[in-house]
Design a protein around this ligand. Structure first.
Ligand code: ADP
Ligand code: MG
Length: 568
């Protein structure tokens, strides 16, 4: 008899569904699952917190189009992973979480780490199930992988009873399930395509908004043809950056507010009209703006603004449909329009402002100076991962992306703590695809702290991630070392220290050196440039640049820098 264990069935089924990566933390009852995954040819990355493991697995889905898997233990392990599932769902990224749970027939018995896991995952997933016997594991895993990718992508959960992990079944009793294909592609209705083209042609001030759905949907080639053929201005959302290069002549990111406010027709490609796009409403949008909305999720159509035209379908396929119509009639948007000159004037004016700030050579440095030099040194094909408040917001405007799916950040959910997990996933993909791309993680000091122990994971697997911690001693901003010492003399810091503050000049670089990576303490432009160059030339191990900047860099000086709420 050819017997197979539950652990083997899970691992082999994931591999059969082309799930190539697993991130997790093992413990009873899932150790054997991780071992079986490696035996089946899945790359296993052991992480330090399930949240980061789940962030990493979800980034695999965004980067490769096939979900990564996340392996967690019962109870608290699974609960930690919920953050990652929620983040994946909000971002519309596929991920499959496998959770060990208490034994069968022990439900409600008060078993070790017992928790209603299948129910708990429902709010954070598209599909949540517990196979009732070993022989159905392959079909449940197939359904989880398929559901995570099909329709609007998201998180799926499979619960494995502890006693099923090592239980055995005769292989001949297990129904083989084939690999689910990539999602079927749908086209928009041809009448709606014609309608969209006529609305676009009638526009005086058209604007294309490129979201991370366009990045996920791999629409870059068709989109470039569309934008260049017609000569339309485009604006990427944060993770839409790089679908078309940020230095493309039609990119109007540097005139974002003006473009949003004055556009009369917006072609919205894979972006929701949520908080990130100011709901598509005044005061940030023209009240009469006509939206041509392209999305594969029908329920998304009409959220906040009723679209003039709804194009339901896959972005890549729909853009090709649009290209075909325009190619036939040869229409171009006038390059000498008033709209183009308004946008170009604004771009030039805004560039001057940030250049002035960037060229300040004071110590401590400000954000603009740091990003100016970082952007000069980063290779064009590097993957930039970023999180933090000011660090992410200012960095986004100054660090260019030239390739699609090369920027990952706090995303739709605004989740802090995603950076190191995302970087580990990107580095794992880089390693297995030999793409020779640098993975650069630009972190605020607060954001870094959420998953800081993952530097050990990077060191353990020799993942040459470059982490730049832009350290302003706090959340939004902290206080300088001298002020901190004065406050400590005045009394109990828990009563008087601003809640936004973190330890001034904390040595995050030493967290990296503790595990054998490279650490740099950086105060000046020269130190920044040389540390970054050294880090970028090292492919053997990770580096961390602890860049101490002016804690009040982002705003003007206040009389009483602490104890004033208005200061926040
Ligand atoms: P952003 O953060 O860039 O604004 P969102 O995450 O808000 O982007 O929106 C992405 C949208 O893209 C979602 O509404 C999702 O349904 C949609 N989407 C994802 N993949 C595709 C695809 N291949 N074709 C069409 N729409 C897609
Ligand atoms: Mg900070």
């Amino acid at each position: 008899m050819d017997e197979v264990t539950g652990a083997q069935l899970i691992a082999e089924s994931l591999k059969a569904q082309k799930v190539e990566y697993m991130f997790g933390i093992v413990g009873v009852p899932v150790i054997e699952v991780a071992m079986a995954a490696q035996a089946a040819g899945i790359k296993y990355v052991g992480m330090r917190n399930e949240q980061a493991a789940c962030y990493a697995a979800s980034a695999i889905g965004y980067l490769t189009g096939r979900p990564g898997s996340c392996l967690v233990v019962s109870g608290p392990g699974l609960i930690h992973a919920l953050g990652g599932m929620a983040n994946a769902n909000m971002n519309c990224w596929p991920v499959v979480v496998i959770g060990g749970s208490s034994d069968q027939n022990q439900e409600t018995a008060g078993a070790f780490q017992e928790f209603p896991q299948v129910e708990a995952c429902r709010l954070y997933s598209k599909f949540s199930a517990r196979p009732s016997s070993l022989d159905v594991i392959p079909s449940v895993i197939e359904k989880a992988v398929r559901t995570s990718m099909y329709g609007r992508p998201g998180a799926c959960y499979v619960d494995i009873a502890g006693d099923m992990v090592n239980a055995k079944v005769d292989r001949s009793k297990v129904r083989a399930v084939s690999c689910c294909p990539t999602p079927p592609v749908s086209l928009a209705h041809h009448g709606a395509i014609a309608e969209a083209i006529s609305v676009l042609k009638a526009a005086k001030r058209p604007l294309v908004i490129i979201g991370k759905g366009a990045a996920y949907g791999r629409a870059e080639t068709a989109l470039r043809e569309f934008v260049e053929m017609i000569g339309l201005p485009f604006l990427p959302t944060p993770m839409g950056k790089g679908v078309l290069p940020d230095d493309h002549p039609n990119c109007v990111a540097a005139a974002r507010s003006r473009a949003l406010l004055q556009a009369d027709v917006v072609l919205l490609l894979g972006a929701r009209l949520n908080w990130m796009l100011h709901f598509g409403l005044p005061p940030r949008f023209n009240p009469n703006v006509k939206i041509i909305q392209v999305d594969l999720c029908a329920e998304e159509m009409g959220n906040n603004v009723s679209p003039a035209v709804a194009l339901l379908g896959d972005i890549n396929a729909v853009v090709i449909q649009l290209v075909e119509v325009v190619r036939k009639d040869g229409w171009r948007y006038a390059s000498d329009s008033e709209w183009w000159s308004t946008l170009k004037d604004k771009i030039v004016a805004n560039a001057k402002i940030s250049k002035t700030l960037a060229l300040q050579s004071t110590v401590p440095m400000n954000y603009y100076t740091v990003f100016h030099h970082v952007s000069q040194l980063l290779p064009h094909d590097c993957i930039i991962i970023s999180e933090g408040a000011n660090t992410m917001d200012i960095g986004r405007t100054m660090l260019n992306n030239y390739l699609p799916r090369h920027r990952l950040d706090a995303g739709t959910f605004g989740t802090m703590g995603v950076g190191l997990g995302f970087a580990i996933a990107a580095a794992a993909v880089e390693r297995s695809e030999h793409s020779n791309q640098r993975i650069v993680c630009v972190e605020g000091d607060s954001a870094f702290g959420f998953s800081g122990m993952e530097v050990e994971t990077m060191c353990r697997y020799n993942l040459p991630v470059v982490i730049i911690v832009v350290n302003n001693n706090g959340i939004y901003s902290g206080v300088d070392l001298e002020t901190w010492k004065e406050m400590a003399k005045m009394g109990d810091l828990t009563s008087i220290a601003p809640p936004v503050s973190l330890l001034p000049e904390a040595r995050y670089d030493e967290v990296m050196t503790a595990f054998g990576g490279r650490g740099f303490l950086v105060r000046t432009v020269e130190e920044l440039r040389s540390a970054l160059q050294l880090s970028l030339s090292d492919w053997e191990r990770p580096s961390l640049l602890n860049v101490l900047i002016d804690p009040s860099s982002d705003r003007k000086q206040q009389d009483f820098p602490w104890l004033t709420l208005s200061n926040l």
